[in-house]
Each structure stands twice: as C-alpha cells, then as structure tokens.
Design a protein around this ligand. Structure first.
Ligand SMILES: Nc1ncnc2c1ncn2[C@@H]1O[C@H](COP(=O)(O)OP(=O)(O)OP(=O)(O)O)[C@@H](O)[C@H]1O
Ligand SMILES: [Mg+2]
Length: 530
C-alpha cells in the first residue's frame, strides 16, 4: 500500500507547478542521490557517467559515501528526488530499502528486487515466470535436510542428475544458489573423458581449471542449480542495459574454453563487438522489466542451435572504457530521471546545450540523438579499448570539416529531430523484356514513320491505342507469314473499323484496351516469334 501511495504521489506531482513536498521551484535542480559502496559509486565508469550527467546543469548529485551508508541512521541520510542505489559486497541492502521507503524517491533500480539477484534460484524462477529463455535446468534444494542428504525425487547416476523426472544429462553445469559464489562446476560424461571443470573468479590470467581425476559426483553441501551445458562456440555475450530500450553488448571468451583469460596488449580483458538479434533485444527488455533494474548487466549464451538463453543476471553494472556508452547512458538516465520526477524540465529543455570537454563534437552530436530512449544497440558495434573510441573519433574527425561541424551545431541549436519519415519500395522489379530485330515489314515501318519523334530516331509507343495498333500489325504480319495465300483477304479494310484517335483497331481487340500491357507483351511475344 505504501508503495502504491508513493507511486501515486510521484504520478500526481507531475501535474503540480512545484514538487509540493519541499516547495522547490520549477527551475531548481533535481537531486540525485547515490547510495552505493564507495568502491562502486566512485568507480571510473561511474565518474564518467556522473561527469556527463552533471554537465547538463539540471542535477545536484550527492554521493552518500560509506560512512553515511554504513554508520548513520537513514533519517540522517541526505534527501533526494532520484536514488541510484545498488548492492555490492558489504552494502546494507535492507537499510537502503528502508531509506527509499521513508523518502520515496524515484529509484532507477528497484531495491527490494535486488535481494533476488543474490540468489540464482530466484533469478531463474523470475526468468521462467517472465517467459525469458533459460537453459533447461533443475533446482535442487536441501533446506532443512541433513548434510549430504538428497531431496525427494533427486537421482544421480554416472551420466545425469534428475529431479522429479526432469533429467539433465552430462555435460551439465552446477551453480551454487548464492550468486556471489562463483565456484561453478561443469561435469563431463565418460564419452568426453569425464572429470570436472571448476570455474572461479579470475586469478591473474586463469578463470577455470579442469580436474580429470574428479569422481564426477555432484556437490551436496547446499542448494544448486543443474543445467544443460549449451555449446556456444566458446563465447559469452555480456549485455548492459540502460532502461528497457537500450542495450550494449559485447562478447568475451568463455571461461569454459581453457580457463585462460584473453588480454589485449595493455592488459584489458579482450572483448568483441556484438550486434544483438531482435530476439536478444526483446530478452534485454524483458530482463529490465522482470527485475525492475534499469541499469542491468546479464549474460547471454548464444546456443549453436540458434537461440539465445540468459544464464546470469547481475543487476547494476556498467560497460568499461566506452565513451560512446557513457554518453548514451548519461543521456538516457537524464531522460529517465527527468521523466519520472520533473517532466516539466524535460518539456522545457529538451536538448540542453552540453559540452563534454573530452568529447569530439561530431561524436557528441551523434549521442544527442540518443537522449530520447531510442534503441541504441549499434553502440555495441564499437570495439572498446583503453581509449577505445579515440581511433574511431579520429577517423571520423578527419573526414568532417570543422567549419561544417560548427555550422551544423549552430543550425541545430534550436532544432530537434522528432521523427524520420521514409517511403520505401521493394526492389524486386521484373526486368524489361527486350528484343532487337531488323525489319523491312512495311506496316511496322509505317508505324514508325507515324510515331517517330522530332529527331526521327525513335518512336515511343505508350498509349493503349498505339499499342493496340502495334498488336494489330504484328498479328497481321504473323498471319500473312504463316498463311501467305490468305494475305489479301486479311488485309481487306472491311475487317477493321477506324478510330481517328487510335488508328485501325480490329473489333475483337477493342475490349482489350484496358489490358494494354498484356497487349504490348503479346505484341512483343508475337514479334519475337516472327
Ligand atoms: N548452461 C551453460 N552452458 C554453457 N556454459 C555456461 C552455462 N552456464 C554458464 N556457463 C559459462 O559459465 C560462465 C559463468 O557462469 P555464470 O555467468 O552463470 O556465473 P557467474 O560466476 O555468476 O558469472 P559472473 O562473473 O558474470 O557473475 C558463463 O560466463 C558461461 O561461459
Ligand atoms: Mg556471468
């Protein structure tokens, strides 16, 4: 009920000239509170995005800091209109939840649902409930059982595990319930040499280790998910959403391959550009909605069978080292926040004149078009490195005249692209049926003389009457060639009537006038046959 009241309050505040609760004027800044552990709230990526958000001039940004979050009562936490708050190691999630309940700010990422992100079984259940594709799996829970005891309906054999009749064959993946436990095991069947591959959090350049001596028996010290191992060709797709209609994606080598982390020359984990398919974009939207996390990272497995499955939802996370992504994220967050807490700002100032000092104007212009929640998956085309877009920007900049950029900037200062209208036609047009032939036939030459153009070089016959004339002549010619003895008979004018507009038209063909193209085709075909 309280939640609903808060939502109603936010909804109706939009129609009031001021925020009401604190009497702020329409022109005052929107306060964005950041309640996350310093390590995350002050991370490089967060700095990049906040720097851009601040540059709009519409926001006051307050980072609460570990001291306040951990040690001060929620009543002493600063007030805000919009809260960016997310869980990480050591974060008091319940306390933040209480704070959000007390103050009722607009939360970019829902706090209560962040509990479920800590539990892989809840993540999978939520995904299934929202019809989001996940690998075939069983959830084996041992709550209330003795150590090592199996739940009813659970069977383990050398080749598979089964729960209540649902069987998962080896190779399968075993995932601990607690999402922060990254000790995931993969069990291989005898046919693949048996043994177990253990995945773990990266240690230097290693992310997994294969144990050929492992008995193959599954762990029994807690709750686990068992899921079919999906062949993906050795890559994971990491997706990063900002709102339901924006997703940046990049691929990385799966730790399952050989456990060796691929790095670029400067030591960063290698990532590859990815374009999401329509199915994957829809999955991204569904994940955002299902977990109520606008800023959300999740993993996709592109099965070699052609479909993609979600195997992990991480909640709040940002792409590393992509200026383009930072620009887009800041723009989308601005629209999202203003839309929720101060739509009058959004309406009054649709395109604030922001200059991101470090951003090439051409790239900046590009990013401005993203402020209205447009789908921006093409961001995923960028290959990110330490200063990733520099090369691209440099290339772009070298092809664009600075003066032209300035002129475009000036022209578009007051303009806003609201829509693009396009008229699109298919390209599968039947080619013209052409035939070249020499003729000395008098009727054809007369026809040419009759309709030749001013230069006397060509005659274009297009009207129904002209085409009918051509058809008549062609038929006559064919007839006379096939049956020379009847030639004189056929040529008699009594078989025709005269139409001054159309020339000679045989009575049987008058009704064919509306089928001129057919007539023309028939004439051409007849000429071809001749
Ligand atoms: N069903 C599966 N089939 C094939 N590979 C899988 C499957 N599930 C997971 N993997 C591989 O194992 C990796 C780790 O799995 P997952 O992302 O679920 O664990 P995690 O430890 O929570 O990861 P993260 O580091 O993203 O939090 C995946 O990136 C993927 O390469
Ligand atoms: Mg993962």
């Amino acid at each position: 009920v309280e939640d609903r009241i808060l939502k109603m309050r936010r909804l109706f505040e939009r129609f009031l000239p001021t925020r009401g609760n604190d009497g702020r004027s329409k022109d005052s800044k929107v306060v964005v509170g950041i309640a996350a552990m310093d390590k995350k709230a002050k991370s490089k990526q967060m700095n990049q995005i906040l720097h851009r958000l601040k540059a709009y001039g519409e926001f006051d940004i307050i980072i609460y800091g570990d001291e306040t979050i951990l040690h001060k009562p929620i009543e002493e936490w600063p007030l805000c209109d919009c809260l960016l708050s997310w869980h990480s190691d050591g974060f008091p999630l319940e306390k933040a939840q209480e704070y959000a309940k007390l103050r009722g700010p607009f939360c970019v990422n829902d706090l209560p649902q962040q509990h479920s992100l800590l539990d892989r079984t809840q993540v999978y259940r939520t995904l299934v409930a929202h019809h989001i594709p996940v690998p075939k799996h069983i959830i084996v829970e041992r709550n209330g059982l003795q150590a090592g005891e199996d739940p009813e309906g659970f069977i383990e054999t050398e080749d598979y595990v089964e729960l209540n009749g649902i069987r998962i064959n080896k190779p399968f993946v075993e995932k601990p319930e607690y999402a922060e436990d990254h000790n995931i095991h993969i069990y291989y069947p005898h046919s693949m040499g048996g043994g177990v591959k253990r995945l773990f959090r990266k240690v230097n350049d290693k992310s997994s280790h294969y144990d050929s001596q492992h008995s193959g028996a599954v762990r029994r010290d807690g709750n686990y998910i068992y899921e079919e191992f999906l062949a993906t060709g050795g890559t994971d797709v990491k997706v990063y959403t900002v709102g339901p209609r924006y997703a940046h994606a990049e691929a990385r080598k799966s730790p399952v391959v050989d456990g060796k982390v691929l790095r670029t020359a400067d030591g960063k984990e290698m990532r590859f550009p990815v374009l999401l398919t329509p199915q994957e974009k829809e999955v991204a939207r569904q994940v955002v909605m299902a977990f109520n996390q606008n800023v959300c990272g999740f993993d996709l497995l592109r099965s070699e069978k052609g479909k993609s499955f979600v195997c992990d939802v991480n909640g709040w996370s940002f792409v590393k080292n992509s200026k383009r992504y930072y620009d887009d994220s800041a723009g989308i967050l601005r629209s999202m926040i203003l839309g929720a807490v101060a739509p009058q700002h959004l309406a009054a100032m649709p395109t604030p004149n922001v200059t991101f000092s470090s951003i090439n104007p051409s790239v900046h212009k590009q990013s401005q078009s993203h402020l209205y929640g447009l789908e921006q998956d093409d961001a995923a085309l960028l290959m990110d490195a330490d200063e990733p877009d520099e090369g691209l920007e440099g290339e772009l900049a070298s092809c664009i005249d600075d003066a032209e950029i300035a002129r475009t900037d000036q022209r578009s200062e007051n303009d806003e692209l609201r829509c693009v209208l396009a008229v699109i036609r298919h390209g599968d047009r039947t080619p013209k049926q052409k035939l070249k032939l020499h003729t000395t036939a008098e009727p054809l030459l007369s026809l040419f003389q009759k309709y030749k153009d001013a230069k006397g070089k060509q005659a274009k016959l297009k009207s129904p009457g002209q085409l009918q004339e051509l058809l008549n002549i062609t038929r006559q010619l064919l007839h006379s060639w096939e049956r020379p003895q009847e030639e004189t008979l056929q040529a008699r004018p009594s078989a025709q009537h005269h139409d001054p507009k159309r020339g000679n038209v045989s009575s049987q063909d008058v009704s064919a006038n509306n089928a001129t193209s057919n007539a023309a085709a028939a004439a051409a075909a007849a000429a071809a046959a001749g």
